[in-house]
Structures are given as structure tokens and as C-alpha cells.
Design a protein around this ligand. Structure first.
Ligand SMILES: NC(=O)c1ccc[n+]([C@@H]2O[C@H](COP(=O)([O-])OP(=O)(O)OC[C@H]3O[C@@H](n4cnc5c(N)ncnc54)[C@H](OP(=O)(O)O)[C@@H]3O)[C@@H](O)[C@H]2O)c1
Length: 327
């Protein structure tokens, strides 16, 4: 089988189309023939070396956290999944940019009629959206939410999930003014420029601020997010897009102003609460297939364009979900 991998960290040019033996599933695993693979910011970080140097057996790392495709083989002890099933899978150990990939059955669910290109963008994105909103932020109906990097994969999914959960208002921030026009299409009450969101958000909420801020950006944006919290508001930290040096949280400030800071990591969840992750994946696929959650049409790019797509994605130029096609 073929895969897009890299044997040295660097820019998008490090990707190579490599040949590897098709793996066989071990106990608890399935082999998936990949139809589409989701593109996530984590793969940019992986390629750059933020997860360490490549250490695959052949010297290459193959990135890719989420795929949709067809089960080609089933390992011992796997129940409820069979050869030929259309499935989507979260891949905590990467490998999705490949014609075939091994997935843990615990993180593999049938897609129930959802198109493969849509399903491929679900397994990492939606459990993250549910996790940041329901587990880390403890969202309840009637609360207000601010989402940084609002038009990206996780951001736009979280906006839809928050609406479905009964959020009273959902605001977002974006890096370029052109993206503000996407507010209505993505279901936001308003999108603000990230560079000066504080005062505008306070104006929009009559000075109260919001109950929840979702922050994958960090640095200055993270610090300012604490300043726009309503009493008992929560900032959820789940990424480091800005690569700003972090600051030391002042516990005194949290205590004296009724604020909370929470964190979310899907990787940690996959190790310590795999059942919850599997349940979230099943829930997302069901809510999307039934239409309860509206799904956007993803941007589909041939996997042969991986270098160009990574280049555009890394510059923050894209919005919504992008998936690679293996057809
Ligand atoms: N902790 C977890 O478990 C978990 C799981 C999944 C994803 N994440 C994190 O969530 C974030 C979003 O991931 P995603 O895959 O959905 O990507 P994405 O949001 O589709 O892409 C990144 C978006 O973030 C914005 N952005 C803000 N600052 C940026 C910067 N310095 N460089 C590039 N883009 C920047 C860009 O739009 P604008 O600048 O216009 O806003 C861009 O569209 C990432 O930080 C990722 O690591 C964390």
C-alpha cells in the first residue's frame, strides 16, 4: 500500500509518497481501506516536529488522526464490526494519510449512510467539540459561548454542537476580516477580529461577558479571554496555534473574580477514558446522519495535493473542514 509520510521534520515539501506492506489487524483492531482522511492542525504540528522526530520502523512517520472508509479485515475479539462495513475511526497513533490503516475497534464506528467525505472529518473533530463543551466547560442550556479560531474544523463543529445544546448565543473570533462574513453561514451570532475582540464582545453582551471561551490559540488571546468571562465563566484550553510562550496563571485572579480555567486533550482521553471517546464518535455520526446536527460540505482535495493543501492550511487561509480523497 502507499502512504504520504516524512522521514525528517520540516515544511510541506518533506512529504513523500512511500510504499509500505499492508498491515494485518491484531486483537481488537480492524484494517480500514481509506476513502477519505481528515486534515487537522495536529498534522501540521506533527510534520513540523512538535510531536518529536519521525520514528516509524522504516524511518517514516505517516500522519493522520481520522479517516473514513471500508473495513478490509477484522482482528480477533472485535464485535459488532465486519468486513465491508463503512466506518469512521479516530487514530490516536496517526497513520491516516494512507491507502490502508489499522484502527482500534474502540475508536471505530459505522457511519450509517453518512457520506465518506463528511464522516472522515468527524472522529477527531466532534469528540473534541463535545469534550471541550460538555466535559471541560460543563455547558448548560442558556449559556453564552465564545469560540476562537471559529471557522476552523473544531471551531465550526463546536459552534453547531453548542447551538444544538441550547446555547443562548455563540460568538467567535477570526484572524482575518474576510472570515467575519461567514458568521451566518456557520451559525454564529457574530464573528469578531481576534486582535481586538475584548471590548466588542463586552459591548455585544451588555458588559456581562460570556460563560464559556474555547481557546486553541493561546498567548495574548488566552490572557484576554479571562477578562471577558461572566461570573463563574470558564476558559477551556485545548491548543497552541499562536505558539506564544504561555504565561503563569494567577490563581489569585481566578479566586478573586469567580473564573475557571480547564483543559481538554483527546489523546489523554483515548488512553484514560476510551469508552467516552467511542461514545462521542457514535453520537456525532448519529446526530449528523439524522440531520439533528447540520453538516457542512467539506473541501475535498486529492491526497496527491497534500503538500499544497498543508501550505495553505498552515497559513490559516482555509475555513471549515478539509479532507483528502483516496479515490
Ligand atoms: N486538545 C485536543 O484534544 C485537540 C483536538 C483537536 C484539535 N485541537 C486543536 O484545535 C485547534 C484547531 O484545530 P483544527 O484541526 O480544527 O484546525 P483548524 O481550526 O481548522 O485550523 C486552524 C485555524 O485556526 C486559526 N488560527 C489561529 N491562529 C493561527 C495560527 N497562528 N496559525 C494558523 N492558524 C491559526 C486559523 O483561522 P483564523 O486565524 O482565521 O481564525 C485556521 O483556520 C488546533 O490548535 C488543534 O491543535 C486540539
Amino acid at each position: 500500500m502507499r502512504a504520504w509520510g516524512f522521514k525528517a521534520n520540516g515544511g510541506p515539501e518533506v512529504f513523500e509518497w512511500i510504499e509500505r506492506p499492508t498491515p494485518q489487524p491484531g486483537p481488537g483492531q480492524v484494517l480500514i481501506e481509506v476513502g477519505h482522511a481528515g486534515l487537522n492542525f495536529a498534522e501540521v504540528q506533527h510534520r513540523r516536529g512538535e510531536f518529536g522526530a519521525p520514528d516509524g520502523a522504516d524511518g517514516y512517520d505517516v500522519p493522520g488522526l481520522e479517516v473514513a472508509g471500508t473495513i478490509a479485515a477484522v482482528g480477533d475479539g472485535v464485535g459488532g464490526l465486519a468486513v465491508g462495513d463503512a466506518v469512521a475511526a479516530y487514530l490516536p497513533s496517526f497513520g491516516g494519510y494512507a491507502e490502508h490503516v489499522l484502527a482500534e475497534a474502540a475508536f471505530t464506528r459505522r457511519t450509517d449512510g453518512l457520506p465518506s467525505a463528511v464522516a472522515a472529518g468527524v472522529p477527531c473533530v466532534y469528540p473534541t467539540a463535545y469534550g471541550v463543551l460538555f466535559d471541560a466547560a460543563r455547558l448548560t442550556a442558556g449559556e453564552t459561548v465564545l469560540i476562537h479560531a471559529a471557522t476552523g474544523g473544531v471551531g465550526s463543529a463546536a459552534a453547531r454542537v453548542a447551538r444544538l445544546a441550547g446555547a443562548a448565543a455563540v460568538f467567535g473570533t477570526v484572524g482575518s476580516p474576510g472570515k467575519q462574513a461567514l458568521a451566518a453561514e456557520l451559525g454564529y451570532d457574530a464573528l469578531f477580529r481576534r486582535e481586538d475582540f475584548g471590548d466588542v464582545l463586552l459591548d455585544a453582551t451588555s458588559g456581562r461577558g460570556v460563560d464559556i471561551v474555547l481557546d486553541p490559540v493561546g498567548g495574548r488571546v488566552r490572557r484576554q479571554s479571562l477578562d471577558v468571562l461572566a461570573p463563574f465563566g470558564r476558559v477551556v484550553v485545548y491548543g497552541d496555534l499562536a505558539r506564544d510562550p504561555d504565561w503563569t496563571v494567577d490563581a489569585w485572579d481566578l479566586w478573586k473574580h469567580n473564573k475557571s480555567l480547564a483543559g481538554y486533550s483527546i489523546r489523554d482521553l483515548s488512553r484514560r477514558d476510551p469508552a467516552r471517546l467511542g461514545d462521542y464518535l457514535a453520537r456525532a455520526l448519529a446526530e449528523l446522519a439524522s440531520g439533528e446536527l447540520r453538516h457542512e460540505r467539506p473541501t475535498v482535495a486529492p491526497v496527491a495535493d497534500v503538500r499544497d493543501v498543508h501550505r495553505r492550511f498552515e497559513g490559516g487561509d482555509t475555513s471549515g473542514k478539509t479532507v483528502f480523497s483516496f479515490a
